[in-house]
Design a protein around this ligand. Structure first.
Ligand code: TRP
Length: 544
């Protein structure tokens, strides 16, 4: 069966498809998420496991998705139905479409932040971070009534770092007082540990008084200033929502134009721009003195840091970064013609995605280490640490603008692919007009994303399983839905579609692929077992 006939669009060229698929893969996952989860998971050992995951499971699932898409020329639900009309297999596609809603709803929130940060970068906002008067203003409006925070509200990490300064933890707990002479040290010490946890800074009042004495904000306090700016921004009920709406609107505007004159056209413009920008940033990063510490962190593994949870995070990230496990690549593959070489295309996509992640990691960690900051930092790494670095780095104004432009470009080309999954489902299966599908579901995704957009402000206190909305959506999708979706696709290929069918599709249009059915079964079985073992190790908390 070949979809709904000749009216279905196709890519204009192979390059167009590869750029669009690479555009889907290269996203916030590579530039925002990869560096911070690498930072939080101990560096190179995590990176190594991520690379292994890409090879063992990423590439096979990429091939499976593109093949199923091209063979059926249908959206994920229609695709499974067309290969296997009976049985529950279409549910893999249904789960995929639902996952697209979940991912795009929160993805758009961070993407919105990046759009806002382009504006901040262009207006020279980061350059003001070294200005003590500006910093004092921020402290005032930020801390408000909290200028003197009692010791009881200071988390343990703060008390530990006080102890590290030679103060006695027991005494501190007994007296509940921090000697004021050490408060500035505490502030600095704390910011090194937690980056941006203003509440954990013992007394903002003392930070404020110290600022008034200094002529410029000391480098060690820059992440704090950038952090306050970010905190003020992300906790506001207004701008993050506007930006979230703006991002969804951009995605709708691209998708509504269709596959060739919307998605392909924009990827052809934006992806080359992305490559140029990232190369410029890498050059800036590695030419800073002291950049090599960052490279060591990224590339020299310390295996003692590898636990089940670290492995599952790396596996989930391999799916996320390659846009796998929910039918996005299947959808893009469905607009591909019979003549294309799938093996080559898939390799290109995987290689481009991995290279961009490593380049982004290189640019970011060389700057972070060269400027003497810490590599952890969590989801806020690029928002509350990097702007502080741009404030003092040579050429920082331009680097900052380029960086957030890069992030926005990457996000748009990925957001578009998520929206296309939903659109194609309604266009193919429900015979909707493309414009109606994109407008309506774009709006719905905006609405679903509102709680995530408010997760750092109004809805901060609201948690699901101990996570705010945003973290919950992120966690569910990349640790569970994507790896499971990918696993089901592999099992479907082995047991239902059959490797014979898969191989026939792979060979269609592509050079000579010399691999036997038996060998392919072995390889796919290894992939499936790899996912299962990692999954179990992650859930059981191995190595903790
Ligand atoms: N791969 C993108 C990134 O790295 C995100 C993304 C786009 C995605 N489409 C997807 C993730 C489909 C999972 C599934 O940022």
């Amino acid at each position: 069966m070949a979809g709904n006939g000749s009216s279905r669009e196709q890519w204009g060229s192979r390059l167009g498809f590869i750029l669009a698929a690479a555009g889907s893969a290269v996203g916030l996952g590579n530039i925002w998420k990869f560096p911070f989860i690498t930072g939080m998971n101990g560096g190179a050992a995590f990176v190594l496991f991520y690379l292994i995951s890409i090879l063992l499971i990423g590439l096979p699932v990429m091939l499976i998705e593109i093949s199923i898409g091209r063979k059926t020329q249908l959206n994920p639900v229609g695709a499974f139905k067309s290969i296997s009309p009976r049985g529950p297999y279409f549910l893999i596609g249904v789960m995929g479409v639902l996952t697209a809603f979940v991912i795009l709803s929160y993805y758009s929130v961070i993407a919105g932040w990046t759009l806002s940060y382009i504006v901040k970068a262009v207006s020279g906002n980061f350059m003001d971070f070294t200005n003590t008067a500006v910093a004092i203003d921020m402290v005032d409006s930020f801390a408000g009534s909290r200028l003197d925070i009692p010791l009881t509200e200071i988390p343990w990490t703060a008390i530990d770092s006080l102890s590290a300064l030679g103060l006695h933890k027991d005494t501190l707990l007994a007296t509940q007082v921090i000697p004021s002479a050490v408060l500035p040290d505490v502030a600095v010490e704390q910011l090194k540990v937690t980056w941006m946890s203003i509440d954990s800074v013992a007394s903002m009042g003392v930070v404020r008084d110290s600022l008034a004495i200094w002529s410029v904000v000391p480098d060690t306090l820059l992440p704090m200033v950038a952090g306050m700016e970010f905190e003020a921004y992300s906790s506001s009920p207004n701008w993050p929502l506007v930006a979230h709406f703006a991002f969804i609107t951009l995605c709708v505007l691209v998708v509504i134009k269709g596959v060739k004159s919307g998605i392909e056209r924009w990827n052809r413009i934006l992806m080359p721009a992305l490559f140029v920008i990232i190369l410029l940033l890498v050059i800036r990063g590695i030419t800073l003195t002291g950049a090599s510490a960052g490279l060591k962190f990224l590339f020299l593994p310390d295996f003692s840091k590898l636990t089940g949870d670290v492995m599952l995070t790396a596996l989930g990230h391999a799916f996320f970064t390659l846009s796998l496990g929910m039918g996005a690549m299947m959808t893009y593959g469905s607009y591909l013609s019979r003549k294309e070489n799938l093996m080559k295309s898939a390799l290109w996509i995987v290689v481009m995605d991995t290279v961009v992640a490593l380049l982004a990691g290189t640019a970011i960690f060389s700057a972070v280490f060269a400027m003497g900051f810490e590599p952890s930092g969590g989801p806020g790494l690029v928002f509350n640490v990097l702007p502080g670095i741009f404030a003092v780095m040579p050429g920082g104004l331009y680097v900052g603008i380029l960086f957030f432009a890069l992030l926005s470009i990457a996000a748009i080309t990925s957001g578009v692919s998520l929206l296309e999954v939903v659109t194609s489902y309604f266009v193919d299966q429900k015979k909707w007009k493309r414009s109606r599908a994109t407008l309506l579901w774009g709006l719905v995704i905006f609405l679903i994303g509102i709680p995530s957009a408010l997760s750092y402000g109004l809805l901060k206190e609201f948690t699901l399983f101990g996570m705010n909305f945003f973290d919950f959506f992120d966690y569910m999708s990349f640790k569970y839905m994507l790896p499971l979706g990918g696993l089901f696709m592999v099992l479907f290929t082995i047991f239902r579609w059959g490797v014979g069918g898969f191989l026939a599709e792979l060979r269609q249009g592509g050079g000579k692929l010399r691999i036997s059915n038996e060998l392919l079964i072995v390889l796919l079985t290894i992939s499936a077992e790899f996912v299962l073992i990692t999954f179990v190790a992650g859930i059981m908390g191995w190595g903790k």
